[in-house]
Design a protein around this ligand. Structure first.
Ligand code: ADP
Ligand code: MG
Length: 686
């Protein structure tokens, strides 16, 4: 019995009741998102070490992790190295070659090894044919391998290694039946899927490759079904009658009030939107356009038409900086028509918040711009007719629905710069209609992008200085404060001081990061916008939406740390005016993959090409990171590769929901709970 002071285990029993799991370990498990026994059983391995096909010493690939089978030839014992490190060494060999194996600071490593016995050593073989070596390998006996030929490798965290996780999971596997199977038996039969408990045992401790594959297939299917059910349920509002019927508006007065003409693409998108909003069913539209294509103006025209028709509108933005910018910009456009704009953010003082809430409730605010705070309780609209969501991929799918629930089926417009492949689009957006801005406002010159190493920093600052001389402004982006432990990285504050004191000593430099108070953020942004700052040192909080057309240079430090889509977004902060603009990707990382990725960004300014490349190469924070699409993080399924299962799950989910739209039948209770859990975890991205 693996418990200490509980006799009955349930899936909800906390992991700390497991033998060998103290409070510290429990805390580390929590970092991996593991709180209960069910969580632990469902912490699936990332890959396996296959002990069943060992190499001979001569054939073992050099410098690659592998398993070697060899006999212990000599066991001379350990010694202490200068500096106090302990070292144990043995010589192992087979008919052809020998292998020198060393362990550091592991006095027990060789204790159980017997001279003349064969063992399996897993590690990296280095050195030439004459002196092959291995350091700190894992050792297994033939019996051990017979019992478990594949060893699971788990996502680990500091202080909690894969093998420690493995030990905990193995003591639990005899209790795998604890996990109820959410899939109905007919479904298991139809798709020839393993029952849950069997699949869980097999994924952790497979006897054969086929068993591991069958377990994966079952668990992937389950995960995708739950995902589809969750999305499908939110979508069920779909083609319902709108609660905000409107007459078809003529946007001419709005267009005439602008200092410039809308692009053809903007006009076209607005026509599509106005047609939607004049129909009987609620609009459900995605506006997709690359960074800088002018999505805000389309939103403004839509909001204008909605207010004209006698309704309120709401605009949701992912950051306070962006919300403040939108409130100000939209106020400039709408105030001439007597329309009243309010701003609601989480950082507001209680009194201001009360006043704003009252205005929203009493129909004294026509447009409310805000962050997540917009979706909180207490926000009640008098007559919400339209919800607009900017940078929608930054929000969980659930939040997208939450704003629309503030009224009886208002029209919904979501905006994003991230182009997505069709299959995934259908999955995420379902039956959303799509408008595309495929034309940039006139007079833009493409941003020139260059990769440089830190060595050229002096040249870079000379260049920044000369740009500032011309009256331009610059952004310098570097990793967040939280990132400090990682040695050579520029934490934003130190970086800021360097720049303000030594690199650009005669310039006005501002500092922006997520930990600033909302008021401070607003003040810094205001100063930068008004030209009172020449340079803005910032974390990626300015990644989305920020619009300061006079800024012409973007410098991104440690560029290798960001996915291409994020870099493209950051680059989109410049090149918004007529001036020639530059983006410098600074990186000292010489890895070929990194260099190739960054070079690619230098070669194109087309967001679609960037997303495509991201998709194919899948670098850090890639397209399928939830930051790019707002879906819950998946544990085992892969949206790109498991497309066949995805389709099967999609049709099963549709059938299930058709019969039981809210998953209320007792037979679906477990599935409903899983859906809840998956989407609860998918919180806001900021
Ligand atoms: P995004 O699509 O990235 O949200 P924005 O809406 O922020 O782009 O617009 C980028 C910039 O282009 C803004 O400074 C905006 O004022 C300007 N802009 C938008 N539409 C036009 C237009 N038709 N003509 C000239 N400038 C425009
Ligand atoms: Mg925008």
């Amino acid at each position: 019995m693996p418990t200490e002071n509980r006799t009955t285990l349930t899936p909800d029993t906390p992991v700390r009741y497991l033998k060998g799991v103290g409070p510290k370990t429990a805390e580390r498990f929590e970092k991996l998102g593991i709180v209960t026994l069910a969580d632990l059983l469902c912490h699936y391995p990332r890959r396996y070490i296959d002990f069943s096909k060992p190499y001979s010493i001569a054939e073992a690939p050099a410098d690659t992790e592998c398993v070697v089978k060899a006999e212990v030839f000599a066991k001379p014992g350990g010694r202490i190295l200068p500096g106090g490190r302990r070292m144990e060494r043995i010589t192992a060999g087979d008919d052809v070659a020998s292998l020198e194996i060393t362990w550091f600071n592991n006095p027990y490593a060789t204790q159980k090894l017997q001279l003349g016995q064969e063992y399996y050593f897993q590690g990296i073989v280095t050195g030439g044919m004459l002196r092959r070596q291995m350091v700190n390998p894992q050792v297994r006996t033939a019996e051990q391998i017979q019992a478990a030929p594949f060893e699971a490798v788990y996502p680990q965290t500091e202080g909690l290694t894969s093998s420690a996780i493995s030990r905990c999971i193995r003591q639990l596997l005899p209790h795998a039946e604890l996990l109820p199977d959410p899939l109905p038996p007919e479904m298991l039969q139809k798709y020839r899927l393993l029952p849950k408990a069997k699949a869980v045992c097999a994924i952790h401790c497979p006897a054969t490759e086929e068993q591991a594959a069958a377990a994966r297939r079952r668990l992937i299917y389950e995960e995708l079904l739950v995902l589809q059910l969750g999305i499908g349920r939110m979508r069920s509002r779909g083609a319902a009658a709108t609660g905000a019927p409107m007459r078809r508006a003529d946007p001419a007065p709005f267009w005439q009030s602008l200092p410039f003409a809308p692009t053809g693409a903007q006009r076209h998108a607005v026509e599509e939107i106005l047609n939607d909003m004049a129909g009987d069913t609620a609009m459900n539209r995605l506006l997709q356009g690359d960074v800088g294509s002018g999505k805000t103006l389309v939103a403004a025209a839509t909001i204008w038409a909605c207010i004209r028709a006698g309704y309120q509108a709401a605009l949701l933005a992912p950051t306070e900086i962006l919300a403040a910018q939108h409130a100000e910009g939209l106020n400039r456009l709408l105030a001439p028509f007597g329309m009243r704009v309010a701003l609601l953010t989480g950082g507001m003082k209680a009194a201001a918040r009360r006043t704003t809430l009252a205005a929203i409730r009493n129909d004294e605010a026509d447009l409310v711009v805000g962050t997540h705070a917009l979706m909180s309780e207490g926000v009640e609209f008098a007559r919400l007719g339209l919800a607009v969501i900017d940078e929608q991929h930054r929000f969980g799918v659930r939040q997208r629905g939450a704003l629309a629930e503030k009224a009886a089926n208002p029209h919904l417009l979501v905006m994003s710069a991230t182009p997505i492949p069709r299959t995934l689009g259908l999955l995420i957006y379902g039956d959303l209609d799509i408008s595309i801005l495929d034309e940039l406002p006139p007079g833009r010159t493409p941003v020139k992008t260059r990769c440089i190493t830190g060595k050229r920093r002096q040249d870079l600052y000379r260049f920044l200085d000369s740009e500032i001389d011309k009256g331009r402004q610059v952004y310098l982006v570097c990793p967040a404060i939280e990132d400090v432990p990682d040695g050579g990285l520029n934490a934003v504050k130190t970086y800021y001081e360097d720049i303000a004191k030594t690199l650009l000593p005669d310039r006005r430099v501002g500092l922006m990061h997520g930990k600033l108070k909302p008021k401070e953020k607003a003040a810094v942004m205001e100063d930068f916008k008004a030209g009172r700052l020449d340079a803005l040192v910032s974390t990626t909080v300015i990644e989305v939406g920020v619009d300061v057309p006079n800024a012409s240079v973007m410098v991104i430090e440690n560029a290798e740390r960001y996915g291409l889509s994020a870099l493209h977004q950051l680059r989109g902060r410049v090149g918004r005016g007529a001036a020639e603009s530059w983006c410098f990707l600074v990186s000292d990382n010489t890895s070929e993959a990194v260099q190739k990725r960054l070079k690619f960004l230098c070669s194109t300014t087309d967001g679609f090409a960037v997303a495509q490349y991201d998709l194919e190469t899948r670098g850090p924070g890639d397209f399928f990171g939830s930051r790019q699409h707002g879906l819950p993080t998946l544990q085992i399924a892969d949206l790109m590769n498991d497309t066949r299962t995805l389709h099967a799950a999609q049709s099963e989910a549709a059938a299930l929901l058709a019969a039981d739209p809210l998953l209320e039948s007792p037979a679906h209770a477990l599935l409903a709970a899983q859906v809840q859990q998956m989407f609860d975890k998918a919180g806001p991205m900021n």
